[in-house]
Ligand binder design. Sequence first.
Ligand code: ADP
Ligand code: ASP
Ligand code: MG
Length: 465
Amino acid sequence: MIVLKFGGTSVGTAESLANVKKIVEGLDREAVVVVSALGGLTDRLIATARMAADGDMNYIPECEAMARRHYDIIRAVVPEERCEMTCSAISPILHELRRLYDGVNLIADLPEKTLAQIVSTGERMSSVIVAAMLPQATHLDSLSIIRTEKWFEKDIAATDLTTSLIREALAKDDVIFPVVMGGFISSDKNTSEITNLGRGGSDYTAALVAAAMDAEVLQIWTDVDGFLTCDPRIVPQARVIDTMSFVESMDLCTFGAKVIYPPTIYPVFHKNIPIRILNTHRPEAPGTFISDSHSASRPPVTGVSALRDEALVTLRGKMAADPAAISTRCFNALARKGLAVHLVARTPEVNAFSFAIATPDSPAAIRLLKEEFAPELVDGLLEVLELQSGLATIAVVGDNVKSLQGGAQRLRTLLEADGITIHALSDHASETALSFVVEGDESPQALRVLHRALFEASPADGEPG
Ligand code: ADP
Ligand code: ASP
Ligand code: MG
């Protein structure tokens, strides 16, 4: 069995849906097809919900336009004999959407739960349409199969339960492959309230299915030729990476490469199920193959990426001269509340210890550290807890990054020569990544400088490597 995931960029128009149909019809084995909402729809569902909550009555024509878009797509891609049935299947979802918007407008508020119900309509409708477009397929309701539980304030997949529900659903006698289901959407395992796996989460749904079914491969179909050496919107010269390891893909995605939603890698990595990134608009392109392979002969760097909206927390004082004493307590305190740290920079010579964190998490991080280090702050062993925001964390990733000639210091020199301010640098926190904290608005330029030096320069130009 294989699992294919088609993102919003692959199911946005009648033309791209025709490609999806061709790809799925060409398969020679059992497959589960996981689809996102029609391209751009989730953003629009959210924007319209905000409009309704803010009293902007334009939410009504917006809602009607979204409905029209779905009916138009149905007429364009679903065979005539199934059109009416498909329209009847999505019409209650559209009515529910309108009622939700009216409710939000009435109470002038947008509770999280209601927003989750609103955004779920995207994948609920697209999956019905894709199933109806195919000559023979079974539609599975993701809300009853993909279950979540609370982890601090977040909804995370309840993996054991989800795995058994997926297996049970796919083992039923009346299932005809391919099976089509919506990505991203889920429901709470205790309350059955609608939840989701986070923006971009359809990749993760597909990985959960692939792992549950011990699939041969997880194919992620998108709108680029594969995993590229950098975000092509920032570096148009970025090129396709033919093969990469799970760890490299995990590092690049954690540090902002949008092509795969980061949690996706774990379930398939544990089962050693390879991922292939493919282009729906150019299915003949070989794409990128991600597996557990490591090759010592590969170049030191596989790709570069950037996480925007980062903040740097710095602890200063005598205690910061001993990073070991501070780091365990610091990270345990943050981990207890589910806060992830992206870069750690120890500069004991100036009694400073810094880490990068997503800006929205930074107020909670400061609060937790003030509690954790209250005695040391009173005694003066720690003097300051500083917070600097508006930054970006840049990552230079490769299984062989340790063999990069000149290491992080060389890259630092290159960046600084281009006028980029480096607030922190980490060259020993990870075996597979070097990372830098730079000003947020300098991050695109930093990526361009690094990409040029690492992937575009000829050895004669002094390529680090
Ligand atoms: P989908 O709708 O298929 O899930 P996404 O927009 O989530 O698509 O992800 C694909 C996009 O990710 C590409 O169009 C590309 O602009 C962007 N991207 C960012 N970094 C990378 C990278 N390193 N390699 C490939 N694509 C990237
Ligand atoms: N439709 C959802 C989003 O836009 C999930 C996904 O596309 O993966 O975030
Ligand atoms: Mg995506």
